[in-house]
Design a protein around this ligand. Sequence first.
Ligand code: PLP
Length: 370
Amino acid sequence: MIPVADVSLNGHELAYVTECITTGWISSLGKYVREFEEKFSQFCGSKYGIATSNGTTAIHLALAVLGIGPGDEVIVPSLTFIATANAVVYTGAKPVFADSEWTSWNLDPARLEEKITPRTKAIIPVHLYGHPADMDPIMGIAKRHSLFVVEDAAEAHGARYKGKRVGSLGDLSSFSFYGNKIITTGEGGMVLTDNVEWDERARQLRDHGMSKQKRYWHPEIGYNYRLTNVQAAIGVAQMERIDDILARKRQNAALYNELLQDVPGITLPPEAPWAENVYWMYSILVQDEYGMSRDELMQVLRANEIDSRPFFYLIHTMPPYADSITPQEAAHGFPVAAQLSQRGINLPSAPGLTHEQIEYICRVIRQNRR
Ligand SMILES: *Cc1c(COP(=O)(O)O)cnc(C)c1O
């Protein structure tokens, strides 16, 4: 089976992890945590990086830093991984779901303002599958309405918006380093910001809310969201190879695009003129013209030893969130996101895919059209 994603740990990962073990620095103190925070925040063009235990705790921590809580609303795309909405719920606030746009497959800035109420405190644009959200209009709307913007960049390490790396564009941002993400620490995450006060507050909240000046004095209820030195050691080794990983992903996407561009009924992934997509997942849409449904194509791929994934379900359609919108909104409020969710497939996207494997996958897609 050609996998959708793989993990490649053949750089200095083993050497750095071994060093953690031989020196005994396996918990969350140790030089690699700071080094990983510095290298990754610098890579993204942000001043401060606060490593966390995973990408979900990173979003939660960013929202906690902003003081978001019960009674507040936070706008999120309905088409994203569930963690974006769950992290809002962890604060006591309510996620408000918004539609996507065709240009970027992300939050539609034109349909954002209709979601704003006096309770709205923040917007979380997600850079889905590696393509940046259209940040300038989103930031403009946020500014006009005095809202915070937290980027969920869990799927888009290194992607660029108008030349700038995602994660450096909002007030705060969050990343994930889960095993299938662009770089990994096994489990892990990071919050980025340029604001020194938010950096300090995030560090305090990450460590049980303990005062920096007074050990075991806790002015507020915090969390244990720390990353271990062992995980950070893997992250530092992965950072040595991130440029190579991103280059491979873009090369693979270029080959996919070339071989699939004229297959009727197959829509290629977007790359807006202002964007550099990192193709975390190389994704296509299966239109009616292809002659079989998305799910049928996935079965054909599977029968040919090719793994794939469907796009995420819209979050507001799942049980915990079913009451979050009116039936009217559910039926008509998400025309673009609903199409994307129904028609989208993530194809194998591992950086280690060979030319021959991509040619084979495209041949199967081309030849099975009805
Ligand atoms: C992976 C992911 C997360 C959560 O990251 P974890 O490290 O699995 O907690 C959040 N948001 C998006 C969009 C993701 O893809």
